[in-house]
Design a protein around this ligand. Structure first.
Ligand code: GLU
Ligand code: MG
Length: 455
């Protein structure tokens, strides 16, 4: 049956046609949170919505080996439809993957939906805002690295919030921000960040599923728009050793599923952070699982080059290194931003799969709530200035320093296994262990420079 004859998709097809849409991506993500999918002409929307588009498991990172010779089907979410702002004849849908006629347990989006259902059973909606940091650079054969910032002004020693360099990047940024606002994402601020060629765009929070769909879409949109302007966007977490890395801080709160009331806000918080008891319990849950959470929200070899103290242009990296929480204090892994009512996980970086990250973080927070856990008092001092010995006496541990350490912490955490489910847990571990071994075994320029002629 085509879309016009099927009442359930009739309105959607009509709206998309009226917008001039001819094609649609039935998109889903792989283990990395990167958008993939087939294109379907609008006449076949009805079939597409029923799961007509199949993909061989083996073509997708994150499909467990035992089903890699099977075909998974994408089931688009009608609420996620976005007309590509830079290509208005094409729409994009976020989809769930199905296997053999039922939701596929190793699909990232289904994994998040499972934890969201648990939160709903407890009476909660999970709201998530993600701060998008990334670099926009251009290929430049004359530069020894092969690429350079878009602006050719002399580099500032402290480029954060640089107006001149922001102005040099306004053409692509204007197109990006206008597109986001046309989609109703309500951008409220953007700036040139602390790395030369690094930017941050901050927009509205949404329920965690919609936010994850949007973050996946955002990365793709930033790439496409930067390309139109002769540049490229990179979400590699730490492209330069001496410049800040790119976070994707998770700003989170739970709301009452019926009334929508924010359950993390409390003006009478005795700790003075404007956070409710429920919010503190959520924090305690996250802190108990931080190493495994890091593996998921900071999932690459390069991620751990961001989670360091020095290695930016303004002194500190403002990326977390210690597994502690604080008030409005950026030197903690978990922060309660000014005004309260939400908690921020600063370990998350620009390369994360938002569905998997949100799923594990939410599950950890719910565990803290179920246990009535308390994280103790917030750290209000500059944690970067404390010695490892002092932190050890406070019982504060360093976040994992390598992908290898984080992945093994993930492997050993029963919560990670129960959230991911056996299929994705195994597939994710296989993939990430291979990634780590491949990195360990490579021989770097640093080693050649240091050892080739040394002995
Ligand atoms: N770029 C920093 C990071 O890697 C964050 C800076 C900020 O607080 O905006 O997390
Ligand atoms: Mg920032």
């Amino acid at each position: 049956m085509d879309a016009a004859a099927d009442p359930s998709t009739h309105d959607l097809a009509g709206r998309l046609r009226a917008d001039g849409v001819k094609y649609m991506f039935a998109s889903y993500v792989d283990l990395h949170g990167v958008s993939k999918g087939k294109v379907v002409p609008i006449d076949h929307l009805g079939r597409m919505m029923k799961g007509s588009e199949l993909c061989t498991g083996a073509a997708l990172d994150g499909v467990p080996q035992d089903v890699s010779d099977e075909e998974v089907a994408s089931h688009p979410d009608p609420n996620s439809a976005i007309v590509l702002p830079w290509r208005k004849d094409t729409a994009w849908f976020a989809s769930d993957l199905w296997l053999k006629g039922a939701p596929f347990d190793a699909c990232s989006r289904n994994i998040l939906k499972r934890v969201l259902a648990k939160a709903a059973d407890m009476g909660f909606t999970f709201n998530l805002g993600m701060e998008a940091e990334f670099f926009v650079l251009k290929d430049d054969p004359s530069n020894p690295l092969g690429y350079a910032p878009v602006s050719n002004r002399k580099n500032l020693e402290k480029p954060a919030y640089d107006v001149a360099r922001m102005l040099d990047n306004m053409d692509w940024m204007n197109e990006l921000v206008s597109s986001m606002n046309d989609l109703g994402w309500d951008v409220y601020s953007f700036d040139h960040e602390d790395g030369i060629g690094q930017f941050e765009v901050d927009f509205k929070f949404f329920d965690a599923l919609s936010m994850s769909d949007r973050y996946v879409f955002f990365r793709m949109m930033a790439h496409e728009i930067a390309r139109k302007h002769g540049a490229f966007a990179t979400f590699m977490p730490k492209p330069y050793v001496d410049r800040a890395g790119s976070g994707a801080h998770f700003n989170m709160s739970l709301a009452d599923i019926k009334s929508g009331k924010n359950l993390f806000a409390d003006d009478s918080d005795p700790r003075g952070c404007g956070l409710s008891k429920l919010g503190y319990q959520f924090i305690a849950g996250m802190l108990a699982h931080l190493p495994a959470i890091c593996a998921v929200v900071a999932p690459t070899v390069n991620s751990y080059k961001r989670l360091v103290l020095k290695g930016s242009m303004s002194g500190f990296t403002w990326a977390p290194i210690w597994g502690c929480y604080g008030n409005n204090n950026r030197t903690n892994t978990v922060r309660i931003p000014l005004g309260g009512g939400r908690v921020e996980l600063r370990a998350a970086d620009s390369s994360c799969n938002p569905y998997l990250g949100a799923a594990l973080v939410l599950a950890a927070g719910l565990e803290g709530i179920a246990a009535g856990a308390d994280p103790g008092d917030p750290h209000t001092e500059n944690m970067y200035l404390k010695s490892p010995e002092e932190l050890a006496t406070l019982g504060i541990k360093r976040l994992p320093q390598t992908l290898g350490d984080a992945v093994e912490a993930f492997a050993a955490d029963p919560l990670a296994k129960s959230v991911f489910g056996n299929g994705m847990y195994g597939a994710w571990l296989d993939y990430k262990r291979d990634e780590w071994i491949s990195y360990l075994n490579h021989v770097s320029d640093w080693e050649r420079a240091r050892y080739l002629k040394f002995f």
